[in-house]
Design a protein around this ligand. Structure first.
Ligand SMILES: Cc1ncc(COP(=O)(O)O)c(C=O)c1O
Length: 339
């Protein structure tokens, strides 16, 4: 018999549905669904740029951040080019590279789950067109610090675009976080990707954006599908920008729950490295397979990477308590079987 899924913790989604003000804005837009959205999303781009304190020519909006990434690949990749990225990472990168006709070049993560910046730099050659960094990293949640990122960017040749995926940046805390907008002037080959899918909880609506040099942004915009950003999504993003304080408080709650989950898992005997996204990462040699089985039994859907680890999205308190109970059971069972 199939066990019902009670808690969806497999896709790093927000545990919260849209705020009432965001729903109302969406409903108003639904009532106008017989009208086209803007041909190019200029108004939305201006709003996002003002909110990021950037000029609009530094912002490209797309169908999720994954859509902006595809636009970038389509804009810069030529036949026989390669795209270099740390692996494991977000599943879309090999697919997007292939869609754009590039050869993917995966570079293994360091044993601690961080992206091996030295190995990534070594993998760059005259065929490389794009190098992807994910910060915080998916799935391990590791962080590239401001100092590490600056040193990395200084060593990447200018003809290679650095795609810095910051889908989870709102969940990262600490003094050593990169200030990406401040790096754009010095690095015209840098494109940072951000999204309304994660911290802003609008995953179903598919709005992301890239920030970069005007020249790169212009090339990315040329790949934009006309009428490609729908009006309901636009209304939701605009309302979310107005409700930023409320949404930030939700993010703070997720961050506090992430830290609670980690502390409690560590006290149960799991080895969990500090994570900076809206997830925690349990890696082998911890009993990950037994953990997945226990979670499934408890109705928790997590993301299992067989032989590598288990990524658990931080859910609401109830979901996280269910996770803790299930994973405590695995530890208790293992200690009992050793005695
Ligand atoms: C690192 C990373 N980038 C991008 C995305 C996709 O974001 P979007 O919904 O904006 O396309 C995800 C989704 O899980 C992700 O993990």
């Amino acid at each position: 018999m199939d066990i019902p899924v009670l808690h969806r913790l497999a896709l790093n989604e927000s545990p919260y549905p849209p705020l009432p003000s965001v729903r109302e804005a969406m409903e108003r837009a639904v009532a106008q669904a017989h009208r086209y959205p803007q041909f190019h999303p200029d108004d939305l781009t201006e709003r996002i740029a003002a909110w990021c304190r950037l000029s609009p020519d530094r912002v490209a909006v797309g169908s999720g951040s994954v859509g902006v990434a595809l636009q970038l690949f389509q804009a810069v990749v030529r036949p026989a080019d390669t795209v270099v990225y740390a692996w494991r990472t977000f599943d879309a990168y090999p697919l997007l590279a292939a869609m754009a006709g590039a050869r993917p070049v995966p570079v293994p993560l360091s044993p601690d789950g961080s992206q091996d910046l030295g190995a990534l730099l070594t993998a760059l050659d005259h065929h490389t067109r794009v190098v992807v960094l994910c910060n915080p990293h998916n799935p391990t949640g590791s962080l590239v610090t401001a100092e590490e990122l600056s040193a990395f960017l200084r060593q990447v040749p200018r003809h290679i675009t650095v795609l810095l995926d910051e889908a989870y940046v709102e969940f990262a805390r600490g003094a050593d976080l990169p200030d990406t907008p401040a790096l754009l002037d010095a690095h015209p080959n840098l494109l940072a990707l951000r999204t309304f899918s994660k911290a802003y909880g609008l995953a179903a609506l598919r709005v992301g954006y890239g920030i970069g040099s005007p020249d790169l942004v212009e090339r990315i915009r040329r790949q934009q599908l006309p009428f490609g950003i729908n009006a309901v999504a636009t209304a939701a993003v605009r309302a979310s920008l107005r409700a930023e304080g409320e949404l930030r408080r939700r993010v703070d709650t997720v961050v506090a729950e992430r830290e609670r989950l980690r502390d409690e898992l560590v006290s149960l005997g799991w080895r969990v490295c500090p994570g900076h996204a809206n997830s925690v990462w349990l890696a082998s040699p911890d009993p990950v397979d037994a953990g997945v089985a226990a979670l499934t039994e408890a109705g928790v859907q997590a993301r299992h990477y067989p032989g590598e680890g288990l990524r658990l999205t931080v859910g609401d308190r109830n979901a996280n308590d269910t996770v803790l109970t299930a994973l405590a059971g695995v530890r208790a069972h293992r200690s009992a079987s050793r005695t």
